[in-house]
Design a protein around this ligand. Structure first.
Ligand SMILES: NC(=O)c1ccc[n+]([C@@H]2O[C@H](COP(=O)([O-])OP(=O)(O)OC[C@H]3O[C@@H](n4cnc5c(N)ncnc54)[C@H](OP(=O)(O)O)[C@@H]3O)[C@@H](O)[C@H]2O)c1
Length: 229
């Protein structure tokens, strides 16, 4: 069957059918500024995936402040920084560091997910061949660590996102696509702050002051400390 050119927004391709092009919310350097002007819907070629990567059809995306910084081009020009580091030469940025979606294609080294799986994406990217990663150390300390959809291109503000296979986690079936897309970045960040620095972690019975509890990190922090008693 020949590859379709593009699917209109909201028109879900048959599972596993990857078109040549996709629509994406794109930032370019000549539009850096207020997000409502910096983001424009453009037609972009669907990215090729590497051996350890997965192409996810995005059902819902989560918004983060990093998308605002990327749109402003400040404090970091994310497009220029990637080009300078020879990490990605694209002259545009597709942001978005939270998503829920469906696996549409997998690289030949991918064994944890298959086409058709419903997944939530976490935003940590690293080089699987980096010595410390191979050694089993925390990949967040490896120089290769990056936040997907901010420090990398091909985030969730597009019909398809390109992710490393380990970023795919099973989507809880009781959550809607939107509910599943929202909490991972802020939830993981809050969890690491509260629970990641043993022995300096929140324990049952502790009194906890959550500063900024109405925000993204804060409302996840409330739920984590409540769950911990
Ligand atoms: N989101 C992430 O994934 C992430 C990751 C790493 C670090 N961070 C950092 O974590 C912090 C929170 O991020 P967020 O995404 O949760 O932001 P957010 O959703 O905008 O929440 C910010 C919170 O701070 C409160 N706030 C603002 N100004 C305040 C002030 N002057 N005094 C007391 N509270 C104030 C806001 O209250 P109102 O609702 O009343 O305005 C809101 O509850 C930021 O410093 C961010 O850079 C975020």
């Amino acid at each position: 069957m020949s590859q379709k050119e593009i699917y209109e927004i909201g028109q879900v391709p048959p599972i596993g059918h990857v078109p040549k092009h996709m629509y994406a919310q794109v930032i370019r350097a000549d539009r850096f500024g207020e997000p409502k002007h910096a983001f424009k819907v453009e037609k972009i070629a669907v990215p090729e995936i590497r051996a350890d990567e997965v192409l996810v059809y995005v059902m819902a995306a989560g918004v983060n402040f990093n998308n605002v910084w990327a749109a402003l081009g400040s404090p970091v020009d994310v497009i220029g920084a990637r080009q300078k580091a020879k990490y990605d030469h694209s002259d545009f940025h597709i942001g978005g560091s939270d998503a829920s979606g469906i696996v549409y294609a997998t690289g030949h080294d991918v064994h944890n997910v298959k086409v058709g799986d419903r997944v939530v994406i976490h935003c940590g990217i690293w080089d699987r061949n980096a010595p410390s990663v191979r050694n089993g150390d925390d990949p967040m300390y490896d120089p290769s660590f990056k936040i997907w959809g901010y420090e990398t291109n091909w985030g969730s503000f597009a019909q398809f996102a390109r992710v490393q296979a380990h970023q795919c986690m099973p989507k809880a079936s009781h959550l809607t696509w939107e509910e599943a897309a929202g909490p991972t970045l802020v939830g993981a960040t809050a969890y690491r702050m509260l629970m990641g620095w043993s022995p300096h972690v929140v324990r049952r019975g502790d009194v906890v002051l959550i500063w900024g509890a109405s925000g993204g990190l804060g409302c996840m922090a409330i739920q984590i400390v409540k769950a911990e008693g």
